[in-house]
Ligand binder design. Structure first.
Ligand code: PLP
Length: 371
């Protein structure tokens, strides 16, 4: 392969041309959306059109949407702003949820990576104190899709509010905030071809939300600060293009399945994490027992393929994945997983190239461990 191949769409997706164009056009607008004059009104119009487009992506009403600086802020806003001190989260949430509520009760997942609804029900039944439950729609490391609608039904029956981190889902699976039945839902533009640094929280059912930032009445008082209009316009353009990505999801899934089958045929010891669970069509979390995630990511990068460690990287140190550990994987397996995440631009030739590069890497690692 002469050029580098990008297989890290779950980290961030390439910016779509129409999103880049929308950002550039919005940069040319002078006004502040809060200003009363014509320049302000023009900016306000773009803001509200964008709000409607992003809300429509998840079947929400425009007034239910609060723009944020990304998925991380949306998660913090929901967890801190909903005003519940008893918080229950799945053990496989993104760190932006886990660290927003460090004292939260962690609900386990099964070996398939799916949250244990029996355990959720048991923890909800322990006390009458109204809780907030946070369950992600699809896991960023494994792609495993969670039974959010069932969890929401259960939680509501116990008087709890429900938040869902849906950051990885738009453009990959069809879903709707109302059908999920959640009260709050987090989104991020850069996972679906929008710019980085912009996201949204959908707030439904008139849930009162305390703002984290004060000092301005923007976003109906739920998030003070002049809106990032270029980012928001880019987010809206990506949201409008999500249908195109959904139309390509089956093709992408075929490529992902072929990748896994080809690797497994060459390396029977390969573990495909969450293989039997419903998964995002673009995501493959594969563990090569005995080979560290970091070594694999570096070797594949040298071979021209950009993938991620299926593990959290903090202060330059790669730690075994909390997601895989929660799935009862031992430390060795949890430290040997990589995440390959594909997108609309992925081609068959790239998949074949990856299979060859991965097999060559495995051959070298096997030879080294035998020496
Ligand atoms: N939630 C999930 C599931 C994610 O995968 C990510 C990003 O990787 C985030 C939240 C954070 O989103 P952002 O990068 O927009 O802050």
């Amino acid at each position: 392969m002469s050029r580098a191949v990008y297989f890290d769409y779950n980290a961030t997706a390439p910016v779509l041309p129409e999103a880049a164009e929308a950002v550039a056009d919005a940069l040319a607008l002078v006004g502040n959306p809060s200003s009363v004059h014509r320049f302000g009104r023009e900016a306000r119009r773009l803001l509200e059109d964008s709000r409607a487009a992003v809300a429509a992506l998840v079947g929400a009403a425009p007034e239910e949407l609060v723009f944020t600086s990304g998925g991380t802020e949306a998660n913090h806003l929901a967890l801190a702003g909903a005003g519940r001190t008893r918080i229950l989260v799945s053990a496989i949430e993104h760190p932006s949820v886990l660290e927003a509520a460090p004292c939260a009760v962690r609900i386990p997942v099964g070996p398939d990576g799916i949250v244990d609804l029996v355990a959720l029900k048991a923890r909800l039944s322990e006390t009458l104190e109204p809780a907030l439950v946070s369950i992600m729609l699809a896991n960023n490391e494994t792609g495993v899709i969670q039974p959010v609608a069932e969890a929401a039904h259960l939680a509501h029956a116990h008087g709890a509010l429900v938040h869902c981190d849906a950051v990885q889902a738009p453009g990959r699976i069809r879903f709707d905030a109302e059908l999920l039945g959640v009260d709050c839902l987090s989104l991020s533009a850069h996972k679906l071809g929008g710019p980085k640094g912009v996201g949204a929280l959908i707030v439904r059912n008139d849930v009162p939300l305390a703002s984290a930032f004060r000092g301005g009445g923007q976003e109906r008082g739920r998030r003070a600060g002049t809106e990032n209009l270029p980012g928001i316009a880019g987010f809206a353009a990506a949201a409008r293009a999500a249908e195109r990505a959904l139309a390509a999801a089956r093709r992408v899934e075929g490529l992902r399945d072929r990748l896994e089958a080809r690797l497994k045929a060459r390396a029977p010891e390969l573990v495909v994490v969450g293989k039997n669970a419903p998964r995002l069509p673009n995501t493959s979390c594969i563990a090569l027992p005995g080979a560290s995630s970091e070594t694999q990511v570096i070797a594949l990068d040298l071979a021209g393929f950009a993938v991620s460690a299926g593990s959290a990287c903090s202060s330059g140190k790669v730690k075994a994945s909390h997601v895989l550990k929660a799935m009862a994987a031992d430390d060795k397996l949890a430290g040997s997983a990589i995440r390959v995440s594909l997108g609309c631009g992925t081609t068959e030739a790239e998949i074949e190239g990856f299979v060859e590069a991965w097999s060559a890497m495995r051959g070298r690692l096997v030879a080294q461990s035998a020496a």
